[in-house]
Design a binder for this molecule. Structure first.
Ligand code: PLP
Length: 384
């Protein structure tokens, strides 16, 4: 049995998404900007997909801009907002445990002369709204915080952050990286109090290389690219209709499955926490009230990569911290102030609506058997 528990990194593309892409490639291959029938058909499909994604996000069709994924959406939000607002102020507030696509974009803006405040999480992985609001002043033009942290599952109180930061500064733009919350935690983007939100298709059983940026009506940001008039000139370039069609199909299916699978995923998380807590030398790094889709733990004394590959040999796929970190110490765990040895032995388990209790059992049983063998230094003799 294969046990894929790395759904925070990416998810299997659903058959409905594959079918939607195939249909668009084979049948609706026109350029959505062309004025003839072929173009109109592609334009109509594009608009239908925009409507679907907007429906799932909880906003109007005009507020959805398609991008190549959340890395682009995050960059577009940060650079676009900073450049649009630079005459009004100089400070950008974000958190020290954002995805690297926010951290690195904010770092680049810092080199361009903006003052960037990276608010650190608490040692328990939480980050209170007040702490973020404290960093906001009259000079602040942009606040960027995620809804669900991709390594820990920490859920930030976005509506409260929005209220507190606007109390201090009405002009501030508020961007939210919604990647790990989209189609997992129910929300309507229009009710969160944000101006911008990034989402990605491949975390919700769509393909890689497509995502969206929600831009609230009336909010003006600058584009990263210049060219044609596609996506209201905010993201020029012929739209990738097949990828967008697959994204819309995945979003629709994931949204339908979100509520019915909520209890199941919560139970998977609860059982996993309980069983892991009983294992010698295993500590949980995720906050108690984290998203049930993500659980971060450390198997003390055993490096993440060693355990990751030992699990892989048994057909179990998990992540060491974050897939994007590739061997580097996790900036998220470092920002919590976690000691290096514990951070170096961190693993992330991440679920999807398809995850099962059998997978949880298989993971726990395999860890139970692997841990004592590694502790005795007999890695070569592991056969399960
Ligand atoms: N933001 C978060 C929270 C993520 O987890 C990821 C992906 O790991 C991204 C942004 C980047 O998304 P994409 O792979 O679509 O560029």
């Amino acid at each position: 049995m294969e046990c894929y528990l790395d759904n925070g990194a990416t998810t299997a593309v659903s058959p409905s998404a594959v079918a939607a892409a195939k249909r668009a490639m084979e049948e609706v291959w026109g350029n959505p900007s062309s004025l003839h029938r072929r173009g109109i058909d592609a334009f109509l499909l594009l608009q239908q997909c925009r409507e679907t994604v907007a429906g799932v996000l909880g906003c109007d069709r005009e507020e959805v801009t398609f991008t190549s994924g959340a890395t682009e959406s995050n960059n577009l939000a940060l650079f676009g907002a900073a450049r649009a607002k630079k005459r009004r102020g100089n400070r950008i507030v974000t958190t020290a445990f954002e995805h690297s696509s926010v951290i690195a974009a904010a770092g680049k803006l810092e080199t361009e002369g903006f003052e960037v405040i990276f608010v650190p999480p608490e040692p328990d992985g939480t980050l209170p709204a007040e702490k973020i609001a404290q960093a906001v002043d009259e000079n602040t033009i942009l606040v960027s915080t995620m809804l669900v942290n991709n390594e820990l599952g920490t859920v930030l109180d976005i509506p409260k952050i929005g209220r507190l930061i606007r109390r201090k500064n009405k002009e501030v733009l508020f961007h939210c990286d919604g990647v790990q919350a989209f189609c997992k935690i129910p929300f309507k983007v229009s009710r969160l109090g944000v101006d911008l939100m990034s989402v990605s298709a491949h975390k919700i059983h769509g393909p890689k290389g497509v995502g969206a940026l929600y831009v609230k009506k009336g909010v003006r940001i600058q584009p990263l690219l210049y060219g044609g008039a596609q996506e209201k000139k905010l993201r020029p370039g012929t739209e990738g209709v097949p990828m967008i069609a697959a994204f819309a199909a995945a979003a629709q299916e994931s949204a339908q499955k979100m509520l019915p699978s909520q209890e199941k995923v919560a139970e998977l998380n609860r059982v996993l926490r309980e069983r892991l807590a009983a294992l010698d030398g295993v500590v949980l790094n995720s906050p108690a009230d984290a998203s049930p889709y993500i659980l971060n733990l450390s198997v003390l004394g055993i490096r993440s990569e060693i355990m990751l590959h030992a699990l892989e040999e048994q057909g179990i796929y998990v992540s060491s911290g974050s897939a994007c970190a590739k061997g580097e110490p996790s900036h998220v765990l470092s920002a919590m102030g976690m000691e290096r040895s514990r951070a170096d032995s961190a693993l992330r388990i991440s679920f999807t609506y398809e995850s099962t209790m059998e997978e949880v059992e298989m993971l726990v049983e395999t860890l139970t058997s692997l841990i004592p063998r590694f502790r005795q230094g007999k890695k070569g003799t592991v056969h399960i």
